[in-house]
Design a protein around this ligand. Structure first.
Ligand SMILES: [Zn+2]
Length: 423
């Protein structure tokens, strides 16, 4: 009996000992966290001076040692399981992920997880990783991807010791939208008028119709107005505030054009320094399927149907004279500053938004220094300066908004959600 008891005791001790030992080993393994592994592979730091999101794309800029070049340097997003790699552009001792606002890191294609933002340098078959230190003082750090059945990926740009992206799939917040549609003019501002036909009525009709059709494709759409009211350009409930507060990825401002010359055709306006594929495909689809051509207007035209209207020296002189007259310091208009406020002021610092409240009666764009903003376009859908134009606008609304909705959806599905799909 004694013997059996001592055997049992010995066995128990062995079992307890091995259990503790195993547990210890397991916990030792657990202690090497993902964060620690990252700190182990990072050999040096890179200062990040700027990051921004225009539309769907994140761009990062920073300083790097001079010996690095475009060939041996990549930006990587490194999670526990994978490493996504992006090209960088290097000029002197600074790098950026893209020279175009709506290119770079497509946030729509990255799946849930924690991703460290690293620079990867390949030299003589050795790979070195640099950790990114946020020196940017950027205002905003939260992006929501285009929604899918009321779900969205919330993308946070954060730092512990190093910068990382934290991506989580969530229910889309009530006040977050995919697309903003702006019905131009309204209320006291009728826009163009031809034979008592008001532009503001047409823009509202087309906007509400387009909203319905984009919603049918599953997008969450916010309109800046759904009735004939006067909207402020800046401040609370204004056209510009709506675009930032909804965190929309795209904004389309709907207009109809006028000119003393009896032109017709479409003029779609975009910001400078962007990839024009999206707006070009929209213009092509309209011309091929609606029965309206490209406008003949050549001012600020960059290609058929596509226009980039920036400040010219006449505009700048006029702004300066106005400022002197009204007693405020003139704006420092930079080269390539967009002239159309719906494009400039909805794009944060990326599109050189500038309305900082210095003009007493104009209001202030609270978000003019923002670093996350919608990709914005202004669509002059037709001229309205002949009876033919008016008849066309009145009789083709359904067809026109069908084509616009279909074209927008098709581009997003094939070029934003699919192209460059990394995981
Ligand atoms: Zn207009």
């Amino acid at each position: 009996m004694k013997k059996i008891l001592s055997i049992i005791i010995v066995i128990s001790i062995v079992v307890i000992y091995t259990t503790i030992k195993n547990k210890k080993e397991v916990s030792v393994e657990k202690e090497i966290s993902f964060e620690e592994k990252m700190r182990d592979i990072i050999v040096d730091n890179i200062d990040i001076t700027k990051y921004y999101i225009y539309g769907n794309h994140l761009n990062i800029e920073g300083k790097i040692p001079e010996e690095l070049n475009e060939k041996n340097t990549k930006l990587v997003l490194k999670s526990e399981k994978k490493e996504l790699e992006y090209d960088v552009h290097i000029l002197d001792s600074t790098f950026s992920t893209s020279n175009l606002l709506n290119e770079g890191i497509n946030l729509e294609t990255i799946k849930e997880g924690k991703y460290y933002i690293l620079l990867k340098i390949i030299q003589d078959e050795n790979t070195k990783y640099y950790g990114c230190i946020d020196q940017s003082n950027m205002i905003d750090n939260i992006y929501y991807t285009l929604s899918n059945n009321n779900k969205t990926n919330k993308v946070e740009i954060k730092s512990d010791e190093y910068m990382y992206l934290n991506i989580k799939n969530k229910k889309i917040p009530k006040n977050v939208y995919d697309i903003v549609l702006d019905a131009g003019h309204g209320g006291k501002d009728s826009g163009a008028i031809y034979n008592k036909n008001k532009e503001s009525t047409f823009t509202l009709d087309y906007t509400l119709s387009l909203k319905q059709k984009l919603e049918n494709y599953g997008y969450k759409v916010k309109v800046t107005r759904d009735k004939d009211i006067t909207l402020n350009s800046y401040g609370k409930n204004s056209r510009t505030s709506t675009s930032y507060e909804t965190k929309a990825k795209y904004l389309f401002s709907i207009h109809f054009n006028e000119n003393k010359v009896k032109w017709n055709g479409i003029e779609f306006y975009a910001a400078p320094n962007i990839n024009l594929d999206f707006i070009s495909s929209l213009a092509n689809d309209v011309v091929n399927n609606v029965g309206i051509g490209y406008a003949k207007n050549t001012y600020y035209k960059v290609k058929d149907g596509i226009y980039i209207r920036t400040f010219n020296s006449y505009d700048i002189n006029k702004m300066n004279e106005d400022a002197t007259k009204k007693g405020y310091t003139p704006y420092e208009i930079k080269e390539n500053t967009p002239y159309l406020y719906m494009i400039r002021e909805t794009g944060g610092f990326m599109t050189k938004a500038m309305i900082d409240g210095r003009e007493a009666n104009k209001g202030k764009n609270e978000y003019y220094q923002n670093n996350i903003a919608s990709e914005s376009y202004l669509l002059e859908l037709s001229y309205m300066n002949t009876n033919d134009c008016i008849n066309f606008i009145v009789n083709n609304k359904e067809k026109y908004t069908d084509v616009l909705a279909n074209s927008i959806h098709h581009y997003i599905e094939t070029n934003i959600k699919e192209k460059n799909s990394l995981n």
